[in-house]
Design a protein around this ligand. Structure first.
Ligand SMILES: [Zn+2]
Length: 209
């Protein structure tokens, strides 16, 4: 029968609709997510606030953590270098400060001036690292669909079939009341037991038999 696949599809649609609505209601209270990897990218799928969503937030979090580690490493390296320079004789600080000495300068200010080129270089290195990190960062990907849209799509077939069923049953009842075949509309008043046109046995005749 051609009807069986359609019936199965209708039942599956109905079940999908019920499941989506159930999830829709529960995820307002408790958002749920699953994480998974696909071709080297970490994804997150879940439902939250009435929408099903998919995004690459886990991937971006991983990258951010790696970038912070890289920054910490560079910072430690730069600090170690500056500390080494401060302990070493002034000749190693870098080129002497070209500005004329100001008599109001404290020893600290003098030291800072001598360390300025090394500090500038550290700053530039940090900037280059940051630029590289931002360039290789994955762009945000975010897709979401309202539960309502999926529920409506899943409800379409069951609702359409219910309407169709209502339509055909009322039509058959009307035909039967007028003494016609409920299937093909042939006049059955002369042969109430069985339709000579299509072979249908009307329900009333079946009960009588
Ligand atoms: Zn008939």
């Amino acid at each position: 029968m051609k009807r069986l696949p359609l019936n199965v599809l209708t039942v599956v649609s109905l079940m999908l609709c019920v499941a989506v609505v159930a999830q829709w209601v529960t995820t307002y209270r408790s958002p749920a997510y699953v994480e998974f990897g696909c071709r080297g990218v970490r994804w997150r799928a879940g439902s939250h606030g009435g929408r099903l969503l998919l995004d690459n937030r886990p991937q971006r979090k991983l990258e951010d953590a790696r970038h912070r580690r890289e920054q910490d490493l560079l910072l430690a390296e730069v600090n170690a270098e500056l500390r080494r320079l401060m302990r070493s004789p002034p000749a190693e600080y870098g080129p002497p400060d070209p500005r004329p000495p100001d008599p109001r300068d404290t020893e600290e200010v003098k030291l800072m001036r001598r360390l300025q080129p090394a500090a500038d270089e550290s700053y530039a290195r940090f900037g280059r690292l940051r630029q590289k990190q931002l360039a290789e960062r994955s762009p945000t990907v975010r897709r979401s669909v309202p539960h309502a849209a999926i529920a409506a799509a899943a409800a379409f077939l069951p609702v359409a079939r219910l309407f169709w069923w209502r339509l055909t049953t009322t039509r058959r009842r009307r035909l039967r009341r007028r003494g016609l075949c409920p299937i093909c509309g042939y006049d059955l008043r002369a042969s109430p037991g069985r339709c000579p046109e299509c072979g249908t046995i009307p329900p009333d005749a079946r009960v009588a038999a």
